[in-house]
Design a protein around this ligand. Structure first.
Ligand code: PLP
Ligand code: COI
Length: 341
């Protein structure tokens, strides 16, 4: 199969329509069999649940070309489980796990020419999503839904690639106590749009959100979880009921302990202790691991000893091991790599 003629190494994190997307509809209490479509557009009733009350959930995962030329995805079973949890929280029907994996396989195979080659620095991003599609005017869940997966080739989420970024402590919250911060609902991202536009205007790459109840603990950013390294080399990641349970973060904790022999813990992290860490990074499917060099807290700067030029040594090891597993250079734990072809 011939790859598309794209300068893979120069693409950023942007939408580029590919040849096929997967579509399945839920009506009369059941999902139809699903199909691949060449049409990137969706026609909806003006009163659709998603348009009126933001009833939508989504996921993000990537397809990689491995060193030996296979196309694989990373732990898609966990994305299937997480979108099921997100859907249940928003009173939406669950798209079954085996159907989710089958849809991932179909859409990646159909778009194989769009999966960037090994070593190009790019990957094929998959965006599964589901939304209320029939008309609702009173505040209630829709009765009909559409599940889709679109794919788009992407490069690094942050412009500088692996260069450390600068973030600021946000005065806005992205989640509420007992709210929806722990699911992947579109509404959480709508909450964060003003904060990110404002952060960019002020010259920052991202926002650090604190816990909405006490504003003393570190939560996450708009699109990634935090990972810190202590001065004695221990990996620490914030635990909270209002952050997204990142698949990358859960994988990194395992990698830290089982591959690198590091101590790793998930616990509440007070903002006051952040100044004492040696390294800081953001982790997620889109972010992979993006190093943070500096945090601005209302004009007061926390500069990590790892500096603004390159990743700190522990984060670099985590990055190399995780991406090594994803690209087939390092043997993966059982079940992590789902071979498509
Ligand atoms: N936190 C938020 C708010 C996100 O949007 C994402 C991206 O999916 C993550 C964390 C990272 O999660 P994952 O590693 O599963 O991609
Ligand atoms: C992902 O990492 O898949 C996300 O959904 C995060 C988003 C900011 C692009």
């Amino acid at each position: 199969m011939e790859k598309k003629n794209i300068d893979w190494s120069s693409i950023g994190f942007a939408y580029m329509p590919t040849d096929y997307r997967y579509v399945s509809n839920f009506k009369d209490g059941k999902w139809d069999e699903g199909t691949l479509s060449t049409d990137p557009n969706i026609v909806l009733n003006e009163c659709a649940g998603v348009l009126q009350y933001s009833q939508s959930v989504f996921e993000g995962l990537k397809a990689y070309t491995t060193e030996d030329g296979h196309i694989v995805t990373f732990r898609p079973d966990l994305n299937a489980e997480r979108i099921a949890a997100s859907a249940a929280r928003l009173e939406m029907p669950v798209f079954p796990k085996e159907r989710f994996i089958d849809a991932v396989e179909q859409v990646v195979k159909a778009n194989a020419a769009w999966v960037p080659p090994y070593g190009s620095g790019a990957t094929l991003y998959l965006r599964p999503y589901m939304f209320g599609s029939n008309a609702v005017i009173g505040v209630k869940p829709a009765d009909e839904y559409q599940f889709r997966i679109l794919t788009t080739p992407v490069g690094p989420y942050f412009k500088g690639g692996a260069k450390p970024i600068t973030i600021r402590v946000s005065d806005y919250d992205r989640a509420a106590p007992c709210g929806t911060g722990n699911i992947k609902a579109g509404l959480n991202y709508a909450m964060s749009l003003h904060a990110i536009v404002d952060a960019h205007k002020q010259g920052f790459d991202e926002n650090m959100y604190l816990d909405p109840k006490t504003r003393t603990k570190v939560e996450e950013t708009g699109g990634a979880n935090f990972i810190f390294v202590t001065k004695d080399g221990k990996v620490v990641t914030p635990k909270s009921d209002s952050i997204l349970p990142s698949i990358t973060r859960r994988s990194l904790i395992y990698v830290a302990k089982e591959y690198l022999g590091l101590e790793a813990e998930e616990r509440e992290v007070y903002f006051d202790e952040v100044k004492d860490f040696a390294e800081c990074g953001l982790c997620g499917t889109a972010a992979v691991i993006s190093p943070v060099g500096k945090i601005n807290d209302h004009g007061k700067e926390i500069c990590f000893p790892s500096g603004m030029e390159k990743m700190g040594p522990v984060i670099q090891k985590l990055y190399d091991t995780l991406t090594g597993i994803q690209m087939g250079r390092i043997e993966a734990p059982k079940g992590w790599i789902h071979v498509i072809e």
